[in-house]
Design a protein around this ligand. Structure first.
Ligand SMILES: Cc1ncc(COP(=O)(O)O)c(C=O)c1O
Length: 362
């Protein structure tokens, strides 16, 4: 079976090494030494000054939204994982969707200004599949209108933009370390900011607002993560270069095979990106062809995913809005299996099924 991804797992003795320390200390959660160590190593690896490790990427989004006091209308992308929109709604904001580019799948920054009203407080957008948005333009628009920016960088672990870490842009960037991500801690996430005051605010928000054991700085939530999750992160981080190299290899292998069919389209990656090759999305001519290919792959025990379908304007808890490009892309896009475990032979097998199905269905 070839699922959409198979998580990397470190040699079990290396995870056990950290578990032995947990048993010795009997310190399981609440900002333990492994969480601290992981935060330090992630900051070092990612090349940033401030990062807080949280329970998952969704909570990281919610903590960011709360810390920036977003309310009223927030401009966002309709083409992302549901958590980008649901976190806004959960925090009482009204998502205002701006359509996407048909080739990069990121928000169309040229349409953002038209959507700004006096109720707009922020912009929350995703680097889709790790491909950088037009960050400079988005940040400039936000600063002209006094809006806050959160970049949902759940897919963008390790991505650089113009030789700088992509997650340095915006007021807050959010990472996810869910098991489906190329760097994972089983469950996990992080908020990143350049602003030490904001970092302090988010640290309180992450821990119930605790100010010591007997006082509270304000409202907070339980956004902490455990020593067991940090142990997985510490074990996996040692292999990150090997993981990234394998993803790149598989991405290029897919591309060299599938570009033989001129009816397939692939994501346009920003030329100034040092990309992480985390996903391999394919855009088919129409939804019917996508469904035929998906069914044929599933018949052979290959399980791609319709990332992202449906487009988020279709959620039953948001106002209807017109985003035709996102609707069109969402109906025709399929992410093929990507993992550091997959061999060239497995990638080739997937490609052969796709190409063969296309040959007989067009
Ligand atoms: C774009 C995007 N944002 C947010 C999330 C939420 O992250 P998590 O699953 O860690 O809560 C995910 C992922 O799974 C995602 O893909």
């Amino acid at each position: 079976m070839i699922p959409v991804t198979k998580p990397f797992l470190p040699p079990i003795e290396e995870y056990q090494f950290y578990l032995d320390k947990v048993w010795k200390r009997n310190w399981l959660t609440n900002h333990g030494p492994l969480v601290n160590d992981l935060e330090l190593r992630l900051k070092d690896y990612l090349g940033i000054d401030h990062l807080l490790y949280l329970a998952n990427g969704t909570l990281a989004l919610q903590v960011g939204i709360k810390a920036l006091n977003l309310e009223g209308d927030v401009i966002t992308t309709p083409f992302s994982y549901v958590a980008t929109t649901s976190s806004l709604v959960w925090e009482g904001c009204n998502p205002v969707f701006v359509d996407i580019h048909p080739d990069s799948f990121n928000i169309n920054e040229n349409k953002i200004e038209d959507a700004i009203t006096d109720k707009t407080t922020g912009i929350v957008v995703t680097h889709v599949f790790g491909n950088p948005c037009q960050v400079e333009k988005i940040v400039a628009i936000a600063s002209n209108y006094n809006l806050k920016v959160i970049f949902d960088a759940a897919h963008a672990f390790g991505v650089h933009y113009k030789k700088k870490p992509l997650i340095m842009y915006g007021d807050v960037s959010v990472l996810s370390f869910h098991a489906t991500k190329l760097f994972h801690t089983v469950e996990g996430g992080a908020v990143v900011t350049k602003n030490p005051g904001l970092l302090e605010k988010m640290a309180y928000l992450r821990n119930f607002g605790h100010e010591g054991t007997e006082a509270f700085n304000g409202l907070g939530i339980n956004g902490k993560n455990s020593e067991f999750h940090a142990a997985m992160g510490l074990s996996n981080l040692k292999y990150i270069e090997i993981i990234l190299a394998k993803y790149k290899e598989n991405y290029n292998h897919y591309l060299s095979w599938l570009s033989k069919n001129e009816n397939l389209e692939f994501q346009y990656i920003h030329p100034d990106a040092r990309y992480n090759y985390a996903y391999f999305p394919v855009l088919f001519e129409n939804e019917q062809i996508l469904l035929t290919v998906k069914k044929e792959l599933e018949k052979h025990q290959v399980f791609p995913r319709r990332y992202f379908y449906p487009s988020l304007d279709k959620l039953n808890y948001v106002e209807k809005q017109s985003v035709p490009v996102a609707n069109d892309v969402a109906s025709r896009i399929l992410c093929l299996p990507m993992s550091s475990h997959y061999s060239h032979e497995e990638v080739e097998m997937v490609c052969r099924i796709v190409l063969r199905t296309l040959k007989f269905s067009t």
